[in-house]
Design a protein around this ligand. Structure first.
Ligand SMILES: [Zn+2]
Length: 470
């Protein structure tokens, strides 16, 4: 955020450090303007009011992973205020503020790749100084499920706006979840506790469920909830106390004297507004309206930019098939990617740009297969084989269909000949059908399919048989 060190996960400990992020005396911070731009873009995506003037402040505390003895953050003059995140179930989570700050280092309690270090810890400063935005909601999320849904939507926005890679396992998105209870009917929230550094959606929900039960238990016994910071243990599903929660005055905030006030030049906010992508909820609504998708389908396909782009490229090549293409993408394409061990979004993007190897089948080729199914020339079952064949191949789906002899016959003369033969050879079934036993038709269709060695288009065959028998 304030030096030129690379932000990369997985480097050797203390490889990506410099005098600024190590807090050497006399080293001076310089604000990373690209990080500021990304934060502006994210704030706009979330509907916040970006403030043209904000102030960096020192948050003073001592901890071994913080070499300066303070974190540069923002306090009473944050970058953005307000905003809201729409929940998929309807309703909004309103945001309180978004501010910029720098990350701290990381303590290691065992040797990387080695054993534990009894009584000692190591410190890796690589993460020190990595740019962070802290996004604070209003206290109005009412359930662990909503908290999880909120974070999942936020995660989508981070990826849509390119503000973060959103990788939770690598700590790119972390959540501090606060929870407090109140008596039914009351508007006043009780004392809150904070669970720090949750790094998966499921952990957030689980930690909140645990905290809710723990606080209920305390209050039911007539005791008081202590304001404190807690950690979550994924193995046991329990939270435990880390320290009593500091109040803001414990941090002795004051304006960072080594940095000037962050003043956004005219036009800077507008430039980010111009590059703002269509956001997940807008895309989802458009998919419903334009392509006739159900809400769940639209939400799934707008889940990532890669998935949505891939889907729309395929639809562009076969517009009448928007609904069937949606089904193919959600089932067959995602299944093939998984089976071929291709990372979903990277594979879809590579497929979209015509790459092969670790790529999905290009969307226009998928569209060509779906078009063959929609026109009745290819059965759904055979189409799955064609998809598999066409995935890595230069051969067009059309040629694959012919090479494998999978094209269904819809030629009426040919179908009529098979139908006549089937009726002639199965007089009993034909009589039964005419006598009102409608199931007999299925048997006759089967005979036509057999005569055609599977190449007859079943619906057309059925139509012709029905007409002839009538
Ligand atoms: Zn540095």
């Amino acid at each position: 955020m304030f030096c030129r060190c690379e932000n990369r996960f997985g480097a050797e400990p203390n490889e990506l450090v410099c005098p600024v992020c190590l807090g050497y005396p006399g080293a001076l911070p310089v604000t990373n303007q690209h990080a500021v731009d990304l934060a502006i873009r994210l704030a706009l995506a979330l509907g916040c009011k970006v403030r043209p003037r904000s102030v960096f402040a020192r948050k003073n505390y001592f901890y071994p992973d913080l070499p300066k003895g303070y974190q540069i953050s923002q306090y009473d003059e944050p970058l953005a205020k307000g905003g809201a995140v729409p929940l998929p179930s309807g309703g909004n989570v309103r945001l309180h503020r978004i501010h910029l700050e720098e990350d701290a280092g990381k303590l290691l309690h065992e040797v990387p790749g080695g054993g534990p270090l009894p009584g000692r810890s190591l410190v890796d400063f690589n993460r020190c100084g990595v740019p962070l935005v802290e996004i604070v909601t209003e206290p109005e999320i009412r359930s662990p499920e909503d908290a999880q849904a909120y974070l999942q939507t936020l995660h989508q926005v981070l990826l849509y706006t390119d503000a973060s890679d959103g990788n939770m396992e690598e700590g790119s998105l972390r959540c501090d979840a606060n929870l407090s209870l109140r008596p039914a009917g009351s508007d006043t929230l009780g004392t809150k506790t904070e669970v720090k550094n949750l790094n998966s959606f499921r952990h957030v929900a689980k930690a909140l469920e645990y905290e809710r039960e723990r606080q209920l238990h305390i209050l039911a016994a007539g005791a008081r909830v202590e304001q404190e910071t807690r950690s979550f243990d994924p193995a046991s599903g329990a939270t435990r106390s880390l320290r009593s929660k500091e109040e803001a005055h414990d941090y002795r905030y004051f304006p960072e004297p080594d940095l000037s006030v962050l003043v956004l030049a005219e036009g800077r906010i507008e430039r980010q507004a111009e590059v703002l992508p269509e956001l997940p909820w807008a895309k989802s609504a458009r998919f419903r309206d334009s392509y006739g998708l159900r809400a769940e389908e639209a939400a799934l396909l707008s889940g990532s930019v890669a998935l949505a782009t891939y889907y729309e490229r395929a639809v562009a090549a076969h517009p009448a098939g928007a609904r069937s293409i949606a089904n193919w993408v959600m089932t067959e394409i995602l299944r093939e990617l998984k089976e071929r061990k291709i990372p979903r979004d990277a594979g879809l993007l590579a497929g979209d740009s015509g790459g092969s190897g670790k790529a999905a089948i290009p969307p226009d080729r998928l569209a060509a297969i779906v078009a063959l199914v929609d026109s009745g020339e290819l059965s759904t079952t055979a189409a799955k084989d064609v998809l598999s064949e066409a995935w890595d191949s230069e051969e067009t789906p059309d040629r694959i269909v012919d090479r494998l002899g999978l094209r269904q016959v819809r030629d009426d003369d040919q179908l009529e000949a098979w139908a006549d033969a089937a009726i002639a050879a199965n007089g009993k079934a034909a009589d039964e059908y005419r006598g009102g036993r409608k199931q007999a038709l299925g048997y006759l269709v089967g005979q036509v399919m057999k005569a055609s060695r599977g190449s007859a288009e079943p619906r057309a065959a059925q139509e012709i048989l029905r007409r002839k028998l009538a």
